[in-house]
Design a protein around this ligand. Structure first.
Ligand SMILES: [Zn+2]
Ligand SMILES: [Zn+2]
Length: 345
């Protein structure tokens, strides 16, 4: 059987097209998933523009943020049956043997390969997934919102697992992209106040969304002095700076914004290599934390939050388009016209 799929086929800019590919066969421990909705990630857009910083196994079907219905299940699959509504984690392959896998931190397994860059993803009507990646979702959660579980899990892991946010903490989020906005929302739910979200002039619509999601103040760094604004709230600086810019340079700003004894959580990444004065890290005893991906308990939490609409997901989702509209879906995100595009294969 043949199906259309959005395929990233070469390591050059805009080497993405809608192609006919085979509907995958499944193994004993796999499920064939009928994709209900797949959201476009900033990383999909990076791959399409060839500005990504991770190895990609071309040709590969894009898409790692997805929800759908079990179409068929392999012989050793026990907990998922035809017709079950599910979302799928992104760690398509892990070794299962290393200490990280054995302690539930399989997102950090050195052998991890994810959907959409290492393994064929979900921008197609059908995708093959290992059953261990699945979570059931409630009937009250539509696929168009459920597919946002993955970026929610990134933000939850960044702000609620790898960082500590207490009510009344001064939190600054740099970069109002989809992940930055979701990080801001998680910080708001955790009680951050003041909660400052900073972006560029071109981010004006996204900064408006940040306010809807609970930011107490937004800052256009092209126009205003973020450092002065933060120190207007507390001369010592921020308890937590979340760097969700997807660039390396803003780490310098984060180091100057963090208070002595404060935290920096870096969630976005890029191929840039920059020279940064790291002395403030030492002098201020700052806790600098990377955060990558997510694991099972994080997914269970974000499915609940999404079902409760606690994260205001409707403020994030833009247009839902058919698979053939992938180019518009990608460019709308790249140009900042929508925060999150969704494809319905
Ligand atoms: Zn993603
Ligand atoms: Zn492992």
């Amino acid at each position: 059987m043949i199906q259309p799929a959005v395929v990233h086929y070469a390591l050059e800019a805009m080497a993405v097209e809608l192609r006919e590919v085979a509907v995958p066969d499944i193994g004993d421990a796999d499920v064939l998933l009928r994709v209900g909705a797949v959201s476009v990630c900033g990383s999909d857009v990076h791959q399409a523009y060839n500005t990504h910083s991770w190895p990609v196994n071309v040709p590969v079907v894009l898409g790692h943020e997805f929800a759908g219905t079990v179409a068929s299940a392999g012989g050793r699959v026990r907990h998922f049956h035809e017709g079950d509504r599910v979302v799928c984690e992104t760690a398509a392959e892990v070794c299962g043997e290393c200490v990280l896998c054995r302690t539930g931190r399989y997102n950090l397994c050195p052998h991890r390969r994810g959907f959409g860059y290492g393994i064929d993803g979900a921008m197609a009507p059908y995708v093959r997934v290992p059953a261990r990646c699945l979570h059931h979702i409630p009937g009250t959660l539509p696929f168009e919102l459920a597919c946002l579980a993955e970026p929610h899990a990134v933000a939850y892991n960044a702000m609620c697992v790898n960082s500590t946010v207490r009510p009344g903490d001064l939190v600054v989020v740099l970069g109002p992209g989809p992940i930055g906005l979701l990080c801001a929302r998680m910080a708001a739910l955790a009680g951050a106040d003041p909660l400052i979200v900073a972006g560029r002039s071109a981010d004006a619509p996204r900064l408006e969304t940040a306010t809807r999601l609970g930011a107490t103040q937004t800052v256009d760094v092209d126009r205003d002095n973020l450092n002065e604004i933060v120190r207007g709230f507390d001369p010592l600086g921020a308890d937590l700076v979340c760097d969700a810019t997807g660039a390396s340079g803003p780490l310098a700003a984060a180091l100057s914004l963090a208070r002595p004894g404060g935290q920096i959580t870096k969630v976005g990444w890029s191929p840039d290599v920059v020279a940064i004065d790291v002395n403030p890290l030492v002098q201020k005893n700052v806790h600098l934390q990377g955060t990558f991906s997510h694991n099972y308990p994080v997914w269970e939490r974000v499915i609940h939050l999404l079902d409760r609409r606690a994260t205001l997901p409707d403020a994030i989702v833009g247009a839902a388009l058919p698979l053939a509209g992938w180019r518009e879906a990608f460019t709308a995100m790249h140009d900042g016209r929508v925060i999150k595009s969704v494809l319905v294969p």
